[in-house]
Design a protein around this ligand. Structure first.
Ligand SMILES: O=P(O)(O)OC[C@H]1O[C@](O)(CO)[C@@H](O)[C@@H]1O
Length: 246
């Protein structure tokens, strides 16, 4: 696991976009695994800026998102479908039929398995962008999730619902379930890019760096088994860690 230290969220966005762009430039029909939440917002801004200024094309790219709330209509402003449209898709030339998100309204075991089949049929994920929850979740894989699981429906923890309540008008509106790529799905990606920002992630970052065995109580620890993980973290997220060098 390679850790890259950056000053703040802006620099994190720039560095993360650079890693993603290297993948697209090398493989114009790359499959990108995408994440939502507050952390990747700057990354998407940088990618949009690059598209506008340098013309990087997404015409052949395919994207698969990590997760979506269960039961939320895709057109709801709080759906991850809307998040992706508003932060990224509407600004780039990615064809409509080349971006995929888990279906919030089709969540049987069969539907979940079909999402993994879809990813396999695209040739697998070349680069998976990830954020991390304060409790160590990746995607919406909450603590206790089996480490080899595929796409599945999860019951969100109170801490995750509280953390995400900032996007809703009240906590009671935050869905109780989500459909997410499993940890097994994530580990199949060829390359993983984990981005971590803010003091509220410092403890999770500390735990991740100290993880020596993957344990389901801290889902992000599964990443230590993966051969190609880059973590870009800002100063506040690294505040509990002493790094040898930047
Ligand atoms: O960047 P944020 O908003 O802190 O979220 C961290 C992670 O949590 C999730 O939003 C799920 O809660 C992930 O999709 C995301 O990567």
């Amino acid at each position: 696991m390679q850790i890259v230290a950056v000053k703040d969220k802006r620099e994190l966005g720039r560095k993360a976009a650079k890693v993603i762009l290297e993948v697209i430039h090398k493989k114009p029909d790359a499959v990108l695994g995408l994440a939502t939440g507050g952390t990747p917002e700057e990354t998407y801004k940088e990618l949009v800026k690059d598209h506008r200024e340098n013309g990087t094309s997404y015409k052949a790219v395919r994207t698969v998102n990590l997760d979506e709330y269960v039961g939320i209509d895709p057109s709801d402003p709080n759906s991850y479908h809307s998040y992706m449209d508003h932060n990224f898709f509407k600004y780039i030339d990615l064809p409509e039929d080349q971006h995929f998100l888990p279906d919030s309204l089709a969540t049987t075991d069969h539907d979940c398995a079909r999402y993994d089949d879809l990813i396999d049929s695209l040739g697998g994920v070349d680069l998976q962008l990830l954020g991390i929850g304060g409790n160590g979740h990746i995607g919406f894989n909450e603590p206790g999730t089996p480490l080899s699981i595929g796409t599945h429906v999860v019951q969100l923890t109170d801490s995750t619902r509280k953390a995400n309540a900032r996007y809703f008008s009240s906590l009671s509106e935050v869905p109780e379930q989500a459909i997410t790529m499993g940890i097994g799905t994530i580990l199949k990606s060829k390359k993983v890019l984990l981005i971590v920002s803010g003091e509220e992630k410092a403890e999770a970052m500390y735990k991740l760096v100290r993880s020596s065995v993957p344990e389901s109580g801290f889902p992000a620890s599964a990443l230590i088994q993966h051969p190609d993980v880059t973590v870009i973290a800002d100063r506040s997220a690294l505040s509990l860690i002493k790094l040898n060098k930047d």
